[in-house]
Ligand binder design. Structure first.
Ligand code: SF4
Length: 246
């Protein structure tokens, strides 16, 4: 698998926020989101080919490492060894080897979260399927993305695959919201998926800096209250800034 980075940090998004976790970031993506915060795994994928055995070795080493230093000056109390692994990307479901990786991590009793855009289905061991379906606000212009604009638009919308994933796994659905009108598209999306527990739908402000996130927080929290969704801050930005390997 093409691996961009493997590191220990705290989960910054979703219902496991704060949990010390080893992040395995795969490189390569079948989408080109306009707001992608990891372009080094999508627009310009970079990384190193690693066998499953090597990845597992790196994970075991990473649990022994210190957590990243926080930008807010708070000193982390590191009194627990991470038992959580987050497979993220890029799109970690791209490579079939992810199934073997999940088998290996599961045998070592790690809790496995997969962060996926929900456009590729695989049968694998996973404790939390964390799906972030991409709305139309993710589609780049053809000026920026060339043929990828059309390809992205044709690939991003797969409620059938999301339905299949949530039927077989515990899950959360995280939508990136840039504008209050996005909620109309979200309602249509979850209706199309069917049988979605609204308590597991999280709305996250679009943005990679504290200022943008904070400008979208007030109205988005209100919208979540009104619609019965959960607000999902991007806590790692507040803790660590928008830095790699955090
Ligand atoms: S799916 Fe994720 S990694 Fe891929 S382009 Fe979109 S934001 Fe980036």
């Amino acid at each position: 698998m093409l691996i961009s980075e493997i590191y220990l940090s705290r989960q910054g998004e979703g219902r496991l926020t704060g949990t010390p976790s080893v992040f395995v970031r795969t490189s390569g993506c079948n989408l080109r989101c306009d707001f992608c915060d990891t372009p080094f795994t999508s627009w310009n994928p970079e990384g190193q080919q690693m066998a499953v055995r090597e990845i597992v070795e790196h994970v075991r080493e990473a649990v022994e490492k210190p957590l990243p230093a926080r930008v807010d000056g708070v000193e982390e109390a590191q009194d627990e060894t991470a038992r959580h692994v987050v497979l993220t990307g890029g799109e970690p479901m791209l490579s079939k080897e992810v199934e073997l990786l999940c088998d290996a991590l599961s045998e070592l009793d790690f809790h496995i979260t997969i962060e996926t855009a929900g456009t590729i289905d695989r049968h694998l061991k996973c404790d939390l399927m964390s799906i972030s379906p991409k709305l139309s606000n993710s589609t780049p212009s053809s000026e920026r993305a060339g043929q990828w604009a059309e390809r992205h638009e044709a690939t991003r919308y797969r409620p059938d695959i999301v339905a299949s994933l949530i039927e077989r796994h515990d899950y959360q659905l995280k939508f990136v919201v840039a504008d209050p009108a996005d909620v109309i598209e979200i309602e249509t999306y979850i209706t199309e998926v069917g049988s979605v527990d609204r308590n597991k739908v999280l709305l996250m402000p679009e943005g990679i800096d504290a200022e943008t996130l904070s400008s979208r927080t007030g109205w988005l929290e209100g919208l979540c209250d009104e619609k019965g969704f959960a607000f999902c801050p991007r806590q790692h930005i507040a803790w660590y800034g928008n830095k790699r390997a955090t």
